[in-house]
Ligand binder design. Sequence first.
Ligand code: PLP
Length: 382
Amino acid sequence: MPGPPNGPTPPDGSPLRPDSLVVAGGRPHEAGDPINRPVSFNSTYRTGGRLAYAREGNPTWAAFEEVLGALEGGSCLAFASGMAAAAALLETLPAEARIAVSGVAYHGLGELVRDRAAAGRLRPEFVDAADLDEIASGCDGAALLWLETPTNPLMGIVDIAAAARIAHERGALVVVDNTFATPLRQRPLALGADVVLHSATKFLGGHADLLLGALVSANGEALERIERRRVVDGSVPGVMEAFLALRGVRTLAVRLDRGERNAAELARRLAGHPAVERVRYPGLPDDPGHRLAAEQMSGFGAMLAFETVGDAAAADRVCDEVRLINHATSLGGVESLLERRARYPTEVRAGTPPTLLRLSAGIENVEDLWADLDRALAEATA
Ligand SMILES: *Cc1c(COP(=O)(O)O)cnc(C)c1O
């Protein structure tokens, strides 16, 4: 069962601020209790309690779920990965349900949806989520609208409140993939979304050492259907992963502050670099998503993307030349990661520019990061 929607409260009854909640949530509170929830390696439970078998629940998952649920303003269910969470949500839909899906989103989601469409399971329509008219026509007769903002990897910003209004008028539920922003920068449920998805593999875990996913909602009916899928389909998280993810969440606020400062500074410097054609970071005042991001987010996050001058081979050379920054896929860890996204055929199909490099800003010293990037750009374009 999902944890309670609220975390611990201080003696005066006021709710904890999010950067306290990440530290204080999900802990035992009785005298003599350990400070951390014990890691519960168990496949079964003695008969007579709420849980009978490990696929139904685990106290270590519950600690992670309590914190993420409280941060997002709903109840949380953890899954084996972000993709397992996405698949579970899709499996709650009736056969041949119509869904509207943002055309720019995590490429794995496109594969998940297209596989189901090919099998006749779902009828997806891919929409430009920046265009509210397209959202409206996509949501006609749809059971679900799938959004991501900022988008991966183009860093586009989608108006969650406006999209949710349009979807709800047409009877569609709204899911927002909040992986890039994290609940410390954006709270989709408060903006009108029905379900939030996380790849906890990224910022929540924060150390590139685990796979975990989660869905959060305040809609009891939706939660029941989602939980049923987790129990029956068995897409449950590992106990160790849930423990490590909560350990990561404890430092999310400070990691994100630092990564975001680094991203903002790197974006500013890249925008003035002769080897860079375009920078995509919603924190830049002239970014097309800046105004909207400033409204619906409390910070612009630690992800950015930029296009280099020249061809894809030159962009690949930048990835080969970096030393401190790691040339690897994924994002959201303490270590900076750089990748040319159009190296994947699925990204080319989605329209990702060939020279676009996605940078996940880690928590290293920004001068070292800049020296590395500046040298790599110079050598790659020499
Ligand atoms: C990585 C990612 C996913 C998929 O999550 P996994 O944990 O890798 O299964 C979904 N959405 C976004 C935005 C991601 O970055």
